[in-house]
Design a protein around this ligand. Sequence first.
Ligand SMILES: [Fe+2]
Ligand SMILES: [Fe+2]
Length: 200
Amino acid sequence: MTNIDYQKHYYPGSRDQLVAILADTLSDFRYQHVLRVEAKALELAQNFAVADLEKVSVAALVHDYAKERSDADFKAVIKAKHLDRNLMQWGNYVWHGLVGAEMIHDELAITDEDILNAVRYHTTGAAYMTIYDKLIFMADYIEDGRDFPGVDDCRTTTFADLDAGVAWQLKHTLGYLLAKQTPIHPQTVLTYNAFVANNK
Ligand SMILES: [Fe+2]
Ligand SMILES: [Fe+2]
């Protein structure tokens, strides 16, 4: 199932070629994670009868493409592309999605906005999420290598109701960030408001 034959040209090459680039670009730890996210995203996509599995596959495979890039790389792209200057105060956690999407566009020649948005919002979420945003957001969180208290409950919840899964993740992530007194990106708060606070 995982080995989807790419025919729609979201990526200008085969899945094998894309996977080979990721194997070269990423540490083995992250590469294995990316493959598990793809498997989980495809499982979820089939569970919710999403037709375009190729789009899901590409988005999942590239979601952490920029995760291991240097801070200097991200800052250079923020400047060169005149992205929101407020991005400068954040770090890898936010950059590898929001800025990583620009790198994926430029370096992998992926231009499909559904795919780029799924990458942009895979850590913070967004108040309005497409099915592709939600699939990648959740697959990243519950892929088979994840092991945190409640992960099985989150998996069951997500396969029963994708929005409930998004809410589950948001509640736990926000609680974790608050406990650590870590800065919380406004986009995460907007997502929380949309999926948790407004949905009780
Ligand atoms: Fe990520
Ligand atoms: Fe990830």
